[in-house]
Design a protein around this ligand. Sequence first.
Ligand code: CA
Length: 703
Amino acid sequence: MQLCTRLTAVGLVGLCALSAQADTAGGIDTAAIIANDRTTENWPSYGLNYAETRFSRLDQINADNVGKLGLAWSYDLKSRRGVEATPLVVDGVMYVTASWSVVHAIDAATGEALWTYDPQVPREWAVKGCCDVVNRGVAIHDGKVFVGAFDGYLHAIDAATGERLWKVDTLIDRDKPYTITGAPRVINGRVIIGNGGAEYGVRGYLTAYDVKTGEQAWRWFSVPGNPDEPFEDESMKRAAETWDPAGKWWEEGGGGTMWDSMAYDPDLDLLYVGTGNGTPWNRLQRSPAGGDNLYLASVVALDPDTGEYQWHYQHTPGDSWDYTSTQHIILADLEIDGEKRKVLMQAPKNGFFFVIDRTNGEFISAEPFVQVNWAEGYDEDGRPIEVAGARSRTDPWETIPSPYGAHNWHPMSFNPETGLVYIPAQGVPLVVQNNPGYEYNKPTPGSPNAGLGWNTGYFFANVAPEATPFGTLLAWDPVKQEEAWRAEYVSPWNGGTLSTAGDLVFQGTADGRFIAYNARTGDPLWQTPVGSGVVAAPSTWEHDGEQYVSVAVGWGGVYGITQRATDTVGPGRVFTFRLEGDADMPESMVLRQPGELLQGVSYNPDDVAPGGALYMTNCLLCHGVPAVNNGGNLPNLGYSHPAMIRNIEDIVFTDARKVLGMPNFKGELTERELEQIVAFIQGSADAARAAMAEQDKAAASDN
Ligand code: CA
């Protein structure tokens, strides 16, 4: 395949494809991934192809017959936390990950287990991740399966046997709260992976390793280090000029973690990567004099052979809202103003849909795909026109989109036949406020998750937002920069999308359905319940002349930890569908009864308010607001059993829940502080009960 690599590098991809042999996972390499895109029989890489279109050419299942779709098989991933993985399929074998980075190889025709590989992530690592112990999938190359484990190790596994071939530590410092949740990508014999952790305080970087040996080939940092020390490269020197040294960003790491999106153009031989938010979120605290803070919230083009910086485009200069640009990147050739343009498309958290020239990073267009209140639009040079007062305020203000993003990691897809991009769009309202007393790693009460190491520089304000939450499947025309059609959901946090030459769009939903739409009109054509909320994206593939559609189900992620839109929650599962499939839906769905509101724990009412601030700092982002709902994939404490809350120190000050990922707070919280937190939990449940009684009374008097 050396010849092929060279042909690819000089743009002779067509010739290269002819020489590709994709007989087994052993035959999957850069040329084979490119060749597969002509047929899309396999699904050999996270986004299907290097352009990450998630558009399949298979049309055996289509708008005319999708009503006959039925279950071929289901597979129990034996996990209880979020499942964000896209199932990869090569020549009849599926490779998919569950929570805690566990890899499953499955016979794609029958759904039978072939092997399982558990990277043994220590459960205490859970607290180092912002957003559930999730993993978005594997990469395949030359008979090997690669998984980036939650604790920062990259594992190479024999695709045939599930045996480990090598393992490397991708972390520059194991004492820092780094994680990996993204799927690796493989380009020309190198496996590439970034990391997460910008909420906590780490320095983002992307690393490439030799697929055979695991030896490091290159590393590119996304933000500069200490300016008093030599810079790694010119790109870091230029970046440092856009930060204010008074913020001493390097002590906190700066952020900019590249935890998800990548794409590759073999003709241009450019690797594209999306970068994350800064640490802390609030620029006022991070870089007091302002500045763009490169390369936060950007898309960056790198040389995939050397990791050398080529160009960047920054979607959100001087990000102050957690507006990561790690969201899905799609490459396409579009006709814009009568000219064929090689573009890169992205719908990052900040709510604008971007079309960028992928040859040089030149801005083409950006329009809001949801309501936004931080910028009026973008000027000709591609700079946002910020709304006055959209940042650095001392009073509480509602930031739209919120840090959950108008679109998060849930992959979108692009169908070149309809010309539409299918975006899982959303709104999760939130009101924030500057934390004037912010200090690195100081758990100021009221600062979200600061007791667990988060560094935002904000408070979540105790003020009701004006916006309402929503989840929408948006079909977006990237040339006209306008909506073509939409489907509304009952909740934010719906799954990624798949589009096909059968004129279909597939998406799983937060309320536990898997749906096929007409790609041109948005008419729903088929749906099935899947027992749990879906967050991952589906894939489709062909085996023995038959087309299948698969989706991994497992409710979770940063929103799904604390909230859900279903009454049932099953274990993580893969569902695979085919025409006339007649397998039985699995019955082992766990029904979590909405419990009784917590009652009867005594407390001092004066402790409720300070307890609330402590709760926000230590409990909120895993257990949600007590009594507002029945919890997500973790329990809402407002529905706890009274005996558990009365003896809460047996959980909070011990390792009792360590196996589930809950930290021991001994030494972090005092007994008095825990007493105040208990007051807030019981006080919230009492307030909810009183509000419900009031509602019942009002309803009774109406009748
Ligand atoms: Ca973030």
